[in-house]
Design a protein around this ligand. Structure first.
Ligand code: C5P
Length: 272
């Protein structure tokens, strides 16, 4: 299936799991309208297939991972995993339940119970995210949600609770997985692995423009401070810290446009 630009439609977040009431996974023509329901419990679809190719794109916030990953997935017609959204959704669901975000077991329990659905966009734009039945897309984009995600992401039991869910996204024809530990922990056998970086100033500027476009009111200096604090916590935590995999190709995107980065990532893939 191709869009008007002639690109293949992405299988964005075509979650392979469901629990409770079964929400069928719809492919092909029905994809854009399909609401995929994912959960770490009771997988009813086949477990991930290690023969399915995975391209991992890790990096700090504002490095362009999301945009690049979605564009590459769209181009290849592969599934897309936004692992950060799972941490953000878990943090949000925990805060709705007034769970203390430092209570590791309670947050991990919430991670096991949370019901996350992604609504793919036909043009490869950011999918809408429904958490426990509520469209939480706008709340999830805020730096507050990013900070909460970063706090709970440092808790080993929470990370463990989300592992199978993430692995389950590995479905044919392929997966582009975006996050912090995609190449190091979740898909260590992925190839190629990419680690995107950019200067902190540029990352803050990108986030600022992104949030401004979405009508979110932030200051550039405030964002820079939040991004640096998040990087510091993500890079220094004991489990799955933000580091490039030893076999990752590091691309510094400072001063590079989206197209140039996408081209460099696509060039890493075997000729198709
Ligand atoms: O990528 P995004 O900014 O949405 O991620 C939010 C937070 O979730 C990150 O700051 C990080 O702490 C956490 N995260 C993680 N591992 C991932 C993806 C995100 O720890 N694979």
């Amino acid at each position: 299936m191709r869009n008007s630009a002639g690109l293949k439609q992405p299988n964005i977040l075509a979650g392979p799991f469901s629990f409770g009431q079964v929400t069928p996974v719809v492919g092909g023509e029905g994809l854009a309208a399909a609401w995929h329901h994912v959960s770490s419990r009771l997988p009813i679809f086949p477990m991930s297939d290690s023969a399915v190719p995975v391209l991992t794109i890790d990096g700090p916030s504002g490095s362009g991972k999301g945009t690049i990953s979605r564009t590459v997935a769209l181009h290849l017609g592969w599934h897309y995993l936004d692992s950060g959204a799972l941490y953000r959704a878990t943090g949000l669901a925990a805060s709705w339940e007034s769970i203390d975000l430092s209570d590791e077991e309670a947050v991990a329990d919430c991670a096991r119970r949370v019901n996350i659905r992604f609504q793919p966009m036909a043009d490869g734009g950011e999918p809408r995210v429904v958490v426990n039945g509520v469209d939480a897309t706008d709340d999830l984009r805020t730096e507050t949600a990013g900070g909460a995600a970063s706090a709970i992401a440092a808790l080993p039991a929470v990370r463990a609770a989300l592992v199978d869910l993430q692995k389950g996204f590995r479905q044919a024809p392929g997966l582009v997985a975006d996050g912090r530990d995609m190449g190091t922990v979740i898909f260590p056998d992925a190839s190629p692995k990419v680690f995107l970086t950019a200067s902190a100033d540029e990352r803050a500027r990108r986030r600022y423009n992104q949030l401004k476009d979405k009508g979110v009111s932030v200051t550039l200096s405030g964002l820079l401070g939040e991004i640096l604090a998040r990087d510091e916590r993500d890079a220094n935590r004991a489990v799955a810290p933000l580091v490039p995999a030893s076999d990752a190709v590091v691309i510094d995107t400072t001063g590079l446009g989206i197209e140039a980065v996408v081209r460099r990532v696509l060039d890493l893939l075997p000729a198709r």
